[in-house]
Design a protein around this ligand. Structure first.
Ligand code: ADQ
Length: 495
């Protein structure tokens, strides 16, 4: 008789991330309005339809009163979201401090904060204590809502301490952890004062995932060099227990973008944009305004291109859409002023009474406007100095099947590993190289554009967000089974 699959068709998936995929705005003592918010993880998991997912995370607002907390919990339940309430002090030390001031720059090779930066916040130790405290608060909410058979999927550098907290409470819980940023070389990770504790905590998970094989390799090296553990082709082994470590490159819900292009309102936007920029090639950058995205470097490369190619000056426009994030962090405020200053200077230098070479918007665009922009673009510029994957490059490719535009892509974005054969790869630190790539992209012949686009389009439409999540969760299920078999056979797993 056929072997029966006893798993429920729609397994419950508890997705635990720092932020819930909604923004909550308080309208009254007990009323809230909720809006789905933009972001990499949200975009990825919007594409996942096979699991009955519940989100657990912080709603991004301080709600000190019980009436407000109850009302928000009720409103969020309708969106299958469960809040973790964090007070202002914890948010300051855990989120602004340890996550954004320490882990984020470190994982993107920008190093640890120097003395002056540390002095403006609290000490490293107190930030790490707040980080652990916040992770324990997340764990308490997961434990409260967990039902047997659920899969718990923890996301990102905010929650590296969570797998340990969950496993200490319930060792049979299936726990996966996925990192959306790069994992840096072990030589970078070893500078972190809490390096060992964090690695041990992550290793408590059953499955640890990264966007690329390189990040996974760096993580395994950190465990072997810093913790003295054994790395195997499957992961990391600690006293007979194996933590699987593997690469799971994320994708997007490409159909959602392709379908959107057919909508009348998107077609209308496309028509307007074509009229607005008639006679000029459109270059596009879409980024969160973050130092890792290399926005100043991109704009300086565009300036160099205009400088060296006067014939192009009134024939090309760069649209840079930059959503402000982490606006209360001084480094991000400095970056905003820096970008404004450079854009102003270049527009003053190359603009005319009727046109400027750079349109820079400090804001988010709605989904339909974004799709229209992607569709009319001739050349997309993704110049991240480091980037876990970079979904903008995928979204651009998904919207380009008619136009077959060119993608200029940083070799330091995880996406370079998947879209490298179709894109023009650049070192974003090399302004001359990027300026030359702009020229190459603008002059590229249609047959080469078509060949490159096809490669990328095939990849983006087959390696989707849904496939990413399904692969991760199914591997997580299997990992636990393997671990159980090993325990039953009481044999060392890797002789
Ligand atoms: P992010 O750093 O946020 O994500 P990215 O992967 O490019 O970077 O995703 C950004 C998302 O926000 C995209 O879906 C994009 O459409 C949207 N977005 C950006 N700017 C926008 C704007 N101005 N208006 C509207 N929408 C905008 C993190 C990691 C990445 C990793 C993802 C997913 O830093 O490396 O690819 O998680 O794992």
């Amino acid at each position: 008789c056929e072997k029966q699959d006893v798993r429920p068709i729609r397994q419950r998936l508890l997705v635990v991330a720092n932020r819930l995929p909604v923004s909550a705005v308080r309208r009254g003592e007990d009323s809230w309005s909720l809006e789905i918010s933009a972001g990499g993880l949200v975009s990825a998991l919007l594409g996942v339809k096979e699991f009955e997912a519940r989100w657990i995370g912080w709603a991004g607002v301080n709600v000190p009163d019980e009436i407000g907390q109850k009302a928000l919990t009720k409103a969020l339940a309708e969106k299958r979201c469960i809040p973790v309430f964090l007070d202002e002090e914890i948010v300051h030390q855990y989120y602004n401090g340890y996550c954004n001031n320490i882990l984020w720059p470190l994982f993107h090779y920008l190093g640890l904060p120097q003395e002056d930066r540390l002095a403006t916040t609290r000490s490293f130790q107190s930030q790490f204590a707040a980080y652990k405290k916040a992770n324990k608060m997340f764990a308490a909410v997961v434990n409260k809502h967990y039902e047997e058979g659920d899969v718990v999927w923890c996301h990102d550098y905010h929650l590296m301490f969570l797998p340990k907290c969950l496993k200490e409470h319930n060792s049979t819980m299936k726990v996966g952890w996925f990192l959306h940023t790069p994992f840096p070389s072990s030589e970078i990770h070893r500078t972190l004062p809490s390096r060992s504790e964090l690695l041990h905590s992550v290793l408590a998970a059953d499955l640890v995932g990264f966007h690329t094989y390189d990040y996974a390799r760096h993580f395994v090296s950190a465990c072997t060099r810093i913790l003295g553990l054994e790395g195997t082709p499957e992961g990391v082994e600690d006293q007979g227990r194996l933590t699987r470590v593997a690469a799971f490159p994320i994708g997007i819900d490409s159909d959602r973008f392709i379908r959107a292009l057919e909508l009348p309102q998107v077609q209308e936007h496309i028509k307007e944009l074509k009229e607005r920029f008639a006679g000029r090639k459109v270059m596009l950058g879409v980024d969160r305004l973050d130092m890792i995205k290399g926005i100043p470097q991109k704009i300086l490369a565009f300036e160099k291109f205009l400088e060296e190619n006067p014939a192009w000056r009134d024939k090309v426009v760069l649209l840079q859409i930059a959503v402000p994030t982490r606006t209360d962090v001084p480094e991000y405020q400095k970056l905003t002023s820096q970008v404004h200053e450079i854009v102003g200077r270049i527009n003053g230098r190359f603009g005319t009474l009727t046109a400027v070479p750079i349109h820079h918007l400090d804001r988010s665009l709605d989904f339909h406007a974004l799709c229209a922009l992607y569709a009319v673009t001739d050349v997309a510029l993704v110049t991240s100095l480091r980037d876990g994957m970079n979904l903008v490059s995928y979204e651009f490719v998904a919207c380009q099947d008619a136009k077959k535009g060119v993608l200029i892509l940083s070799e330091f974005a995880g996406a370079a590993q998947s879209l490298g054969a179709g894109a023009i790869l650049v070192n974003p630190w090399n302004i001359t190289e990027v300026a030359n790539a702009i020229g190459q992209a603008l002059d590229m012949k249609p047959d080469e554009r078509e060949k490159r686009h096809k490669h990328n389009f095939d990849h983006v439409t087959t390696h989707t967000a849904q496939e990413w999540a399904e692969t991760f969760v199914s591997e997580l299920n299997d990992t636990v089974v393997e671990a159980e078999i090993r325990t039953r056979d009481a044999k060392p797993p890797f002789p």
